[in-house]
Design a protein around this ligand. Structure first.
Ligand code: 13P
Length: 338
């Protein structure tokens, strides 16, 4: 595929006022989410839940794409329409999680490395056949005592770069996601330093692997204090620190940056994105690729009554999409929240 085609898809992913819904939880992760609301995790409940999300009326108004899991990209609605076709009809680009998840990094207790490169060229070919237009790979960077090591950062950057190069070869836009975890008691300055080091390492690796930045999207974590840190920065401080870090480490050739929510509350994730966009203009559009912060309200409602609350759950998906879409323009206001 021509690099201009990849660049066009990347730009579509971060079109003004639109963002991504991440529904690519592995079967293990979605089981955790279902357990928390008392739903049995079976192939059919996973399918029914994702059908509820993907058939939300007018989803494409504020959602440019959805990241699916391997099982999900093969599934269909109750009436037999492939999810991918439903998405295309709604103007929502199909994306696919292609990493196989993080495992322990040998020799570095407490640190993680993401697996999934073996056979990726062939898997990408299959996903393209199934309709995928972009892909996602998540690397996990843990902050702790003497962590992260430079080995952890550099190994994950190399893997992200090899993944991204394979995606571009296959004609799908790589969404590169180096997530610096919010777990821990570290302060915001530590998160800043780790995020900057991670992004610098990532863009060096992408350069070395001949990845064309114009055909990529960055999925970033915000610069924020650890969950257990006594001192939490306010919304403007998080927004300013995140912007400064991105400006110093992310090339302007990148077509867009989308954030993960990483365990922030729905409203905080929206407020942070909104604050950053109010501080613009920036070298790149800043939008969202939220998982939990897009889904949690809907999951709770749907879990109580899968049939009776189907439409109400979809309304919360639509509302969260609208709120985050407005935040991507810096036009969100608190009265919009449900
Ligand atoms: P959260 O927004 O729940 O962090 O999920 C986004 C995601 O896709 C993480 O890889």
């Amino acid at each position: 595929m021509d690099i201009n085609d990849l660049a066009a898809v990347a730009q579509q992913m971060v079109a003004p006022g639109k963002g991504i819904i991440a529904i690519d939880e592995s079967s293990k992760t979605i089981k955790k989410r279902f357990d928390a609301v008392g739903i049995e995790c079976t192939e059919e409940t996973r399918r029914a839940y994702r059908e509820m999300l993907l058939t939300t009326p007018n989803l494409g108004d504020h959602i440019s794409g959805a990241i699916l899991y391997d099982e999900t990209i093969r599934q269909s609605t109750k009436t037999g329409q492939r999810f991918v076709d439903v998405m295309n009809a709604a103007g929502v680009l199909p994306g696919i999680k292609v990493d196989l998840g993080p495992v322990a990094l040998a020799g570095f207790p407490g640190e993680l490395v993401t697996e999934g490169l073996d056979g990726l060229r062939e898997r990408l070919k299959e996903y393209v056949g199934l309709g995928a237009r972009f892909a996602k790979w998540r690397a996990v960077i843990t902050i702790g005592e003497d962590m992260p090591s430079s080995t952890c950062i550099e190994t994950n950057s190399q893997l992200l770069a090899r993944y991204a190069a394979l995606c571009q070869e296959a004609g799908v836009v790589p969404m590169v996601e180096p997530e610096v975890l919010m777990d821990g008691s570290h302060d915001i300055e530590t998160c800043y330093d780790v995020t900057e080091a991670t992004l610098r390492s990532l863009y060096q690796a992408l350069y070395e692997h001949n990845v064309v930045l114009e055909g990529t999207i960055l999925k970033a974590s915000m610069v924020i204090a650890g969950k257990d840190c006594d001192e939490q920065a306010d919304v403007d401080e998080v927004a300013e620190a995140t912007l400064m870090c991105l400006r110093t480490a992310v090339p302007a050739a990148v077509p867009g940056i989308v954030f993960l929510s990483g365990g922030q509350s729905d409203e905080m994730a929206t407020q942070h994105l909104n604050a950053m966009n109010q501080m613009g203009p920036h070298p790149w559009p800043l939008s969202f690729s939220y998982g939990r912060a897009m889904q949690s309200a809907a999951l709770k409602l749907w879990a109580k009554d899968m049939v009776g609350n189907f439409a109400a759950a979809q309304q919360t998906v639509a509302l969260r999409a609208k709120e985050n879409g407005l935040a991507a323009l810096g036009r969100w206001t608190p009265d919009l929240a449900g």
